[in-house]
Design a protein around this ligand. Structure first.
Ligand code: PMP
Length: 408
């Protein structure tokens, strides 16, 4: 489907895009925080509670069996989408943050104070803090891959800090603050050459392009459904079977057990071992519908259109006097972070919110990046395939006015 030719019919699928905010038609440019949901996803949730609501994996009754079937079919959809070897390598969680915590807490069993782990300067706090907690528990040391002025990782520096002491490397595929697409293939190959595992935070990649976990040979890949038009509260953790078998269970409870006595409990096989308790059944099923929706448009079409929006917006924004863009990597997607002169990003964000334009301002949960540039934060716009060049024009005009007002 050519997105450019179908943009108006695509937009009609998203009821929120026709609402007004502060008396103006909503222009939603905060998709990296969360994307909007199309009718098919909203209907899936409503249909679940109207017709299917029951608990999964435990009932002999028809509703429970139907709900279980849909839930497990959704797992197969993600298996196929990511090209995993088996559905049991797909674990449903509550989000990227939960997925990372599941893996990092499991590594407590594998690390000691002689070990090292590697993060990058480009990370979201979700991919820093859980690993710092791991270091506190085990005594392992965390090393950092530095970035350059363009917002790209220095892979020579990575080679220098990587060693046989390194046990795991955790990097995002795309930076939520700058839009940089990292060369994860090279990072994975180098890490494996010293026997280190790799976790890739794909929260900002999965909505924008294809990901093939087997081609990448990645050990763990994590993302959140709400970033690709799904509901909040659902995450996907892909893990190689060898690793998921080795990792200890994260939470104890129903569903994840094989046999329970007061003396000893044995755990279920994958994937149940990591899905204790009643999951977000309606949300998981609706995430599968969101996945079908973006695949129906086609990720190649989405990428092509969003690249067009990115270059259109970059060019227009740079016409604004005193505007500086942070993150100028050649390989970048769907995010533009900027400041205008020395105006505080929050002031710009609040002013244009009055005009119905939703952008994010602040540190974007990536304080080390802001510290690198020595700035308090940025204004960030981030695209989805339903955004238009008209919306970008309206934004640019609003920014020009805001800049004049706030410079006085
Ligand atoms: N990593 C990245 C790169 C993100 O952009 C986000 C969300 N902003 C997260 C992790 C955390 O995702 P969630 O809040 O859905 O757990």
């Amino acid at each position: 489907m050519n997105v450019l030719n179908n943009i108006q019919s695509i937009r009609k699928e998203f009821p929120i895009l026709n609402t007004t905010v502060n008396g103006n038609k909503l222009i939603y440019l905060d998709n990296a925080a969360t994307s909007q949901t199309p009718n098919c996803v909203i209907d899936s949730i409503s249909n679940y509670y109207k017709n299917l609501n029951s608990n999964i994996h435990r009932g002999v009754h028809t509703l429970s069996q139907l709900a279980t079937e849909k839930y497990e079919d959704t797992r197969k959809k993600f298996k196929t989408h990511f090209n995993a070897k088996s559905s049991s390598e797909i674990i449903f969680t509550s989000g990227t943050t939960h997925s990372i915590n599941l893996v990092s807490s499991g590594f407590t069993n594998f690390l000691n104070d002689k070990d090292e782990i590697i993060v990058s300067q480009l990370e979201h706090h979700s991919n820093i803090v859980p690993w710092q907690m791991l270091c506190e528990k085990t005594g392992a040391k965390m090393k950092v891959i530095p970035m350059n002025d363009k917002g790209e990782l220095d892979l020579n520096a990575f080679s220098n800090i990587l060693s046989f002491k390194t046990k795991i490397v955790f990097i995002n595929h795309v930076s939520n603050a700058l839009g940089t697409v990292n060369n994860i293939q090279e990072i994975i190959e180098k890490s494996h050459s010293v026997g280190a595992a790799v976790l890739i935070d794909g929260a900002q990649a999965v909505p924008h392009f294809e990901v093939d976990v087997r081609k990448l040979d990645v050990d763990f890949y994590v993302c959140s459904a709400h970033k690709f038009c799904g509901p909040t509260g659902v995450g996907i953790l892909y893990g190689k079977k060898e690793w998921l078998d080795k990792l200890p269970a994260y939470q104890g409870g129903g569903e994840m057990i094989d046999d329970v006595t007061f003396e000893k409990t044995t755990y279920s096989e994958l994937p149940n071992k990591f899905e204790a308790g009643t999951p977000n059944i309606a949300g998981v099923i609706a995430s599968g519908i969101a996945l079908d929706y973006i695949n129906n448009i086609g990720l190649e079409n989405i990428k092509e259109y969003e690249d067009y929006l990115l270059s259109y917006a970059t060019e227009k924004l740079l016409e604004i006097d005193g505007l500086k863009i942070y993150g100028e990597s050649k390989n970048k997607t769907s995010v533009i972070s900027f400041n205008i002169k020395s105006i505080h990003p929050y002031d710009i964000g609040s002013l244009i919110d009055n005009l119905g334009i939703a952008v994010r301002t602040g540190k974007h949960c990536a304080q080390p990046i802001m510290d690198f540039y020595k700035i308090p934060g940025t204004v960030r716009i981030s695209f989805c395939f339903y955004n238009t060049t008209d919306e970008i024009d309206t934004l640019v005009n609003a920014l020009k006015k805001a800049s004049i007002m706030l410079s006085q």
